[in-house]
Design a protein around this ligand. Structure first.
Ligand code: ADP
Ligand code: MG
Length: 251
């Protein structure tokens, strides 16, 4: 059996405010393998973002274990976690959050330069990412001169600048219209086909159809999983079974 890229054992998260504990995650177990496109669904406030932040070491777990590529995230100090995130995890959020006074190319390069690769390597990779994201002709523009969808493409290129083991995207199309969302999803699909491991949080059925494993998150844990064989169905064909599956959960 292949070793999991991300392994979570008995994870829990409790937020405390004015003496009251709010358990957001309890007893959660999860394994994600290299090259998988995993989707997390679940109602708003169920803890999806919290889970992602803990997986990447952005937030501390209250209990349990998280292993990322043999590294025990749950035992690391903040400094080590920062390095781990820098080298192994790429993040995309709902907002692109690009640096406004840097060009598209510079936004990608800056992310790359923070990593461990040589300057030439980073430059080569940035050029490659510009091409893969269809942004070559925009490379010298500032973020404000781009549409929302184009900005999100830059955010994806930036997240991949250090060739991370896993790309985590938290509602990356949440602010985009459906035509623009489709382009972003096509891009994620293309990177997945090139071997990129992806973890996507979404409440959008169309987005979720791009995944191979759909995890349903409820009451602090993963309560169900739907798997799709990408060789046997198109994303469109997966919409109906996914919708039915979600309806069973009183979606
Ligand atoms: P989702 O991403 O599924 O919408 P979140 O992970 O953002 O859910 O939040 C899960 C729950 O944890 C919510 O009830 C939210 O209010 C609570 N929560 C999230 N972040 C914090 C925080 N920093 N302090 C206290 N409670 C939080
Ligand atoms: Mg969230």
């Amino acid at each position: 059996m292949q070793k999991a890229m991300i392994e979570v054992n008995n994870l829990s998260k409790v937020y405390h405010s004015s003496g009251v504990g709010n358990t957001v995650i309890s007893n959660l177990n999860l394994r994600i393998y290299q090259g998988q496109f995993v989707v997390i669904m679940g109602s708003s406030g169920s803890g999806k973002s919290t889970l992602m932040y803990m997986l990447s070491g952005l937030d501390k777990a209250s209990g349990g274990e998280i292993w990322l590529h043999d590294q025990p995230i749950h035992q690391k100090k903040e400094k080590e976690l920062a390095l781990l995130r820098r080298d192994h995890v790429g993040f995309v959020f709902q907002d692109a959050n690009l640096i406004p006074n840097l060009t598209v190319l510079e936004n990608i390069l800056v992310a790359g330069y923070l990593g461990a690769g040589s300057k030439e390597e980073i430059r080569r990779r940035a050029e490659e990412l510009l091409q893969q994201t269809g942004l070559q002709e925009y490379s010298h523009r500032l973020p404000a001169q781009l549409s929302g969808g184009q900005q999100q493409r830059v955010a994806i290129a930036r997240a991949l600048a250090n060739a991370p083991q896993v790309l985590m995207a938290d509602e990356p199309t949440g602010n985009l219209n459906s035509a623009t969302s489709k382009k972003i999803l096509d891009l994620l699909t293309a990177f997945h086909q090139m071997g990129q491991t992806i973890l996507l949080v979404t409440h959008d059925i169309r987005s979720a159809c791009r995944g191979q494993r759909i995890l349903y998150f409820q009451d602090g844990g993963i309560v169900d999983e739907l798997t799709f064989d990408h060789e046997k169905s198109t994303a469109e064909e997966r919409e109906k079974p996914l919708t039915d599956w979600l309806l069973e959960k009183a979606w």
